[in-house]
Design a protein around this ligand. Sequence first.
Ligand SMILES: Cc1cc2nc3c(=O)[nH]c(=O)nc-3n(C[C@H](O)[C@H](O)[C@H](O)COP(=O)(O)OP(=O)(O)OC[C@H]3O[C@@H](n4cnc5c(N)ncnc54)[C@H](O)[C@@H]3O)c2cc1C
Length: 374
Amino acid sequence: MDLRDTPEQAEFRAQLRAWLADNVPTEPEPQTMPARFHYVVAWQKRLYSGGWVALSWPKEYGGQGLGPVEESILNQELGRAGAPAAASFTFLGRAFLTFGTEEQKARYLPGFLSAEEIWCQGFSEPEAGSDLASLRTTATRDGEDFVINGQKLWTSRGSFAQFCLVLARTGTRESRHRGITAFVVPTDTPGMTRKPLIMANGDEEFAEVYFDDVRVPASNMLGELDQGWKVTQATLAYERGAADLGYLAKYERMLAQLAGIAQERGVSDDVSNVEAVGRVLGHLEVLRLHSMRRLSDRAQGKAVGAETSIDKVMMTQTEQLLLHTALDILGPEAVQGRGDWFKKYLYSRAASIYGGTAQVQRNIISGRLLGLKE
Ligand SMILES: Cc1cc2nc3c(=O)[nH]c(=O)nc-3n(C[C@H](O)[C@H](O)[C@H](O)COP(=O)(O)OP(=O)(O)OC[C@H]3O[C@@H](n4cnc5c(N)ncnc54)[C@H](O)[C@@H]3O)c2cc1C
């Protein structure tokens, strides 16, 4: 694959860069919820009205009908410009593209892309995180409806979302992954209760979500009855496929800021700092080459699958090393209010947990990719 932009891609990049220069918010990102949530929603709405959302999605579903390379240029330029994250979890939209009926796509995708309707992912439970197939929330058929009972945990954006994609057991408990179904649940449905949970970094990122006889029509099933594991696998594969140029651009930007701070403080020549920054640069270069390989796969139409566990492990290692290095260089200043480095450091620790822990990713790599025993 030729890694240089074609003339058309260069033109696309230039237009995008100009748009971002005019549109990336100049006011700092609020440090607390719900202000930060509203900030990222407003940003996604702006991106959407500019035509910069879902570039590689088909036009009939609200996308721009472009390819993975343009999507990748977008991610790269967003990271480079220091743009906020988007409000919608793209991987949930992908689940609808793959498994949704035409009615479901028409009803849910426009609001999803425009950030008029925010979604959360109701997968994990108190006793079912890594071992998701043991989940206990049930959905019982009652005429034309299903009635959901149980509890979800660590539901990101759970306090703010209008819809939740909920995995529930429709088979026997022993059926494990063969007896799970995915449902669309509006979060204002009677019987649904959300309690905010505060993360170590002080953010109200999650909610605990309780289901007490929550009734949804059978037409809210995403995919077929008892086939929710397929929805789960596809959604998680997209969630883990993080080794994108957007992450890389974001990390490069952070490293440049860090180098600037080290210079300002007169510690940029310290051997330990030079070594530490060099290590991060090495990781970034490996991640860059890996991302290019993934991009080449996608450009050739290769389906997203278990190999995204490798992306997740590499992204996690790079992010954690970078933020660890930031603390080493900044010392006590990181905690005493120099920007939000300490908050970012704490969030980097979560990277080896969300979307499946680092150990679970390695199990997938050994079992499904290398054919070793999982
Ligand atoms: C920031 C953040 C956001 C999240 N957002 C969401 C969300 O929006 N929706 C959602 O559904 N969930 C979400 N989660 C939950 C996340 O998916 C789970 O925390 C994760 O899957 C791990 O599950 P657990 O916490 O129950 O840990 P456990 O599964 O109890 O694991 C505990 C430890 O045991 C290890 N372990 C478990 N099984 C194995 C094994 N077979 N082999 C080796 N080691 C093993 C794990 O690696 C881990 O170190 C989020 C988590 C975080 C941190």
